[in-house]
Ligand binder design. Structure first.
Ligand SMILES: O=P(O)(O)OC[C@H]1O[C@H](OP(=O)(O)OP(=O)(O)O)[C@H](O)[C@@H]1O
Ligand SMILES: Nc1ncnc2[nH]cnc12
Length: 224
């Protein structure tokens, strides 16, 4: 699916999308026709090589409409699900998680990478897409039985990070209402999450294979 028509000619400005007129989208521009996932084409291509083989959604957070639409898409499936608290995973999950929490009118719980919390906490070891063993922590004085938690992170690749967060929340007796991330890759762990929890993400069906390849077609005509 073509998300957004971008002119191959670097030009100065975006005119909001009228008909089929090609356009160049600046980071802060908003198309008139905001198709599902339009903001994904704000993501910059990886220029650092395979050791940085991942996509960087943080550029879309700079665009307030993109961030708002992304949050709306993440909340879409949860409209009729009661949520008491939003929890976000260190570090990029803090940005989206806090935005989701504010939009919902709920509070935000930070699930931190190891050794940052100066209060009593529970920790959980996990392995993520880097293959390295890591630890995350959550404070003990918030989660409790009957609390319904929406877990938010930027991205789910192997699912190791999200699964560890789920374990922390559930081990403290709270309930995971759902899991939200910009993308959930079709890995074994990504599929496990989708099969076992209510979830949301921002990827239109036709783009999932591009996400799994970590290369969006929109990168070909990306201009900053
Ligand atoms: O599904 P997984 O294979 O476990 O990987 C997913 C995690 O990796 C990324 O964060 P990362 O730890 O790279 O860094 P951040 O501090 O920039 O959020 C992403 O935002 C998730 O938290
Ligand atoms: N932002 C991201 N893009 C692609 N793969 C990832 N794996 C973990 N985070 C990722």
């Amino acid at each position: 699916m073509l998300l957004f028509q971008i002119s191959p000619v670097p030009s100065m400005s975006l005119t909001p999308c009228h008909g089929h007129r090609p356009l160049v989208m600046d980071v802060l521009d908003v198309p008139a026709d905001r198709q599902k996932g339009w903001y994904l084409s704000l993501m910059a291509p990886n220029t650092k090589g395979p050791e940085f083989a991942w996509l960087d959604p943080s550029r879309l957070y700079c665009n307030s409409q993109a961030l708002a639409d992304c949050v709306k898409d993440l909340l879409g499936p949860f409209h009729s699900d009661p949520v008491d608290l939003v929890a976000g995973i260190d570090a990029m999950g803090f940005i989206l998680g806090a935005s989701v929490a504010t939009t919902l009118g709920k509070g935000f719980l930070a699930i931190r990478k190891a050794c940052h919390l100066c209060v009593a906490n529970q920790n959980q070891n996990y392995t993520d897409y880097t293959g390295r063993e890591k630890t995350m922590e959550v404070r003990l004085d918030v989660l409790k039985p009957d609390l319904r938690v929406l877990l938010v992170d930027q991205w789910i690749e192997t699912g190791g990070t999200m699964r560890a967060a789920i374990q922390l929340v559930e081990n403290l007796g709270a309930t995971v209402t759902g899991v939200a991330a910009v993308a959930i890759e079709n890995t074994e762990g990504g599929k496990w999450i989708k099969e076992n929890y209510k979830f949301s993400h921002c990827i239109p069906e036709g783009l999932q294979s591009q996400v799994d390849r970590k290369h969006l077609d929109s990168f070909k005509s990306f201009t900053k």
